[in-house]
Design a protein around this ligand. Sequence first.
Ligand code: ADE
Length: 244
Amino acid sequence: MRIDVVTIFPDYLAPLELSLAGKAREKGLIDVRVHDLRQWTHDRHRTVDDTPYGGGAGMVMRPEPWGEAFDALGIEGATVVFTTPSGQPFTQAVARELATRDRIVFACGRYEGIDQRVLDDVATRAEVREISLGDYVLNGGEVAALAITEAVVRLVPGFMGNAESLLEESHTLSDSGARLLEYPVYTKPATWRGHDVPPVLLSGDHAAIASWRHDQAVRRTAERRPDLVHPSVLLDDVEIRPVR
Ligand code: ADE
């Protein structure tokens, strides 16, 4: 998979090139490249923004540098992800979908956003996805691109040493078809500062352990994320009390 990130703050994403690409490059799986949008400006001040047509607060990113960036990178057939708070919410399902792509180009917007014509133009030759990290506003799309990249790359076949850990983690569908948060986990010692590991985990009874873990996952999900719990997996004695 090839990942390009276009931003006016390339330093923000530098760690991605080092750590992620370091591990993935060794395995020949992922090639991450970060680009400074300002290299595609031509004025003395390397301007990337201007005032919005129609008036209003803030600045809008001008289309020309973005157009040149995408022409230079060659986006034909790629998936171009615009990170924006008005996009589709990012979920594990979206991560799984993006993990199937050969080429992802992240466009990190700043200010009030990117001139809409950039997205319309890109859509004529690439898949456009507008994705939001969550229902809050960041200063720009860089942190979102970082988070999305990390979630996607670890799903690329061969990246994770232990593929089994991908199967049992939060937001993965359980056998019953429910999306559950992960159950609590414990390791040695069996007693620590007066707190014991739940005895069932020391019992060696694999069926009992699986059942306890499922029960714990349902309880957690019902309490913390009632929006995720399908009524079919609700236990009779779990009171749904959202955490504040
Ligand atoms: N840019 C600013 N806020 C954002 C968010 N919540 N998700 C993605 N990109 C953003």
